[in-house]
Design a protein around this ligand. Structure first.
Ligand SMILES: Cc1cc2nc3c(=O)[nH]c(=O)nc-3n(C[C@H](O)[C@H](O)[C@H](O)COP(=O)(O)OP(=O)(O)OC[C@H]3O[C@@H](n4cnc5c(N)ncnc54)[C@H](O)[C@@H]3O)c2cc1C
Length: 420
């Protein structure tokens, strides 16, 4: 790792994967870094997710047809993509903006920006995880998109061709028959799959905790149970922040508060149109025949991540505000979806269920950059469904911005200015 000299000090608000990655690259550049979190490190959306580091996830949520799906979902409580009927002006505005982007040309352009981030992030993760020898179940055996039906496989074929042609993301078709030897955990009779060989995966909690320990040893200070409550300003600068554990003062500030970032908008004098996109996961003992590959079942909107000590079924996207319930019908839905594809049954000697809020922007792009009216404060949030995948590149970009050097990729599309 390169160590350069950057004498600034920085306070980061939020210790999810994004705050942790920002702390890493800033500390590497020589900055003195403090990270505060109102909970504990890595305990929120970065905890129980599927752990895919997936350059194949180039296409945004706003695709042609997405808005009619969202409208229908209001009447289908078991839909994997659901908007709960509610009167919330910020959500209505969010969907209004989202609906305007559900067009092919916008989707392709957004995909181009995401592709730049995803490719760089995978490269950065490979370097960080392998050089620092993090024990986080780093696997480079790709991501398998499995189709149950021929229609599902036809959709995957169209997607695979588009990704190859537009973005150079390659994949390999695996026939239904070949699938049985490719991953013996899959059932007989599935239509086939596409294997995106350049995707990777990690155990998200292990990555967060390994990185956290490493950074603490490197001198990064973490303050848990510490909530940002106010922002003091002097001209166009933040002079200090008020927290539940007193005042913190730094040269620069980074807001990496995930789905909660929108709550800080008025304190920061800028628009942060983020909605919480709730997802669920179920983690249980490994079944007798455990999948070898991380897998996605797009027809049912579910993913499966095999970890050393248990396997995880995750997904669902609910726009329902900050609601913490974990309805058993949602967990049963995850299990039933996975059982359509997998032979092994877990005996569920132990299991835990989880819910987390993804920080969703209406344009599916993260918000990475300087706040227009506060020149020493940066947003690093809004990573939608890709926060694990995009952690490393985001950390690197924020560090480059704070050092004042040119960023290694063009960041205009991610700037907070686009909302102001
Ligand atoms: C079911 C599911 C599966 C997913 N699978 C994947 C996947 O396979 N690959 C992938 O790339 N992404 C995946 N994601 C998305 C990914 O988990 C998120 O994008 C990512 O975790 C967001 O990281 P974050 O650091 O921005 O947010 P968080 O991890 O939520 O961290 C934000 C932190 O900010 C703190 N905070 C908030 N407000 C304040 C305040 N006022 N003061 C102090 N601290 C504050 C919070 O306590 C929290 O710890 C998945 C998400 C879900 C729900």
């Amino acid at each position: 790792m390169n160590q350069s000299s950057n004498n600034t000090d920085v306070v980061i608000v939020g210790a999810g994967i994004i705050g942790i990655a920002c702390a890493h690259y800033l500390s590497e550049s020589g900055a003195k870094v403090t990270v505060i979190d109102q909970n504990t490190v890595g305990s929120q959306c970065s905890f129980g997710n599927c752990g895919y580091i997936c350059p194949s996830h180039v296409l945004p949520l706003a695709t042609p047809g997405a808005i009619s799906k969202a409208l229908k979902s209001m009447f289908e409580p078991s839909s994997a993509f659901r908007v709960k009927p509610q009167f919330d002006m910020s959500l209505i505005k969010w969907f209004w903006q989202f609906s305007k982007l559900c067009k092919t040309d916008v989707m392709l352009e957004t995909g181009h920006h995401l592709n730049n981030l995803l490719v760089s992030s995978k490269r950065e993760y490979t370097e960080v995880i392998e050089q620092l020898d993090f024990d986080c179940e780093w696997k480079k055996n790709g991501l398998l998109y499995v189709a149950e039906t021929q229609n599902g496989l036809d959709d995957l074929r169209a997607k695979s061709e588009l990704l190859a042609e537009r973005y150079g993301v390659s994949s390999r078709l695996i026939s239904g028959e070949e699938l049985l030897s490719f991953d013996p955990a899959l059932r007989v009779g599935l239509a086939g799959a596409y294997h995106f060989e350049d995707d990777a995966s990690i155990n998200p909690n292990k990555l967060n905790q390994q990185w956290y320990q490493y950074l603490k040893e490197k001198g990064v200070e973490f303050v848990e149970d510490c909530s940002l409550t106010g922002v003091n300003k002097l001209g166009n600068q933040v002079s200090s922040i008020e927290t539940s554990k007193g005042v913190f003062k730094a040269d620069n500030y980074v807001i990496a508060a995930g789905a909660w970032s929108a709550k800080l908008a008025s304190e920061l004098d800028c628009k942060i149109p983020i909605q919480p996109g709730k997802g669920y996961s179920l983690t249980t003992n490994n079944p007798d025949i455990c999948p070898e590959h991380p897998m996605l079942f797009p027809e049912h909107g579910v993913g499966v991540s095999p970890f050393k000590d248990g396997y995880r079924i995750g997904s669902i996207m609910e726009f329902a505000g900050f609601n913490t319930s974990i309805p058993s019908k949602r967990i049963e839905q995850l299990k039933a979806s996975a059982q359509r594809y997998l032979v092994g049954q877990s005996n569920e000697e132990w299991k835990y269920t989880w819910q987390g809020w993804r920080p969703m922007t209406w344009d599916s792009l993260p918000i990475i950059g300087r706040i227009p009216k506060l020149h020493n404060t940066f947003l690093s949030t809004g990573h939608n469904m890709l926060g694990m995948s995009l952690g490393a590149v985001t950390g690197k970009l924020i560090s480059e911005m704070i050092q004042g050097v040119s960023t290694h990729i063009d960041t205009q599309a991610f700037s907070p200015e686009r909302f102001n």
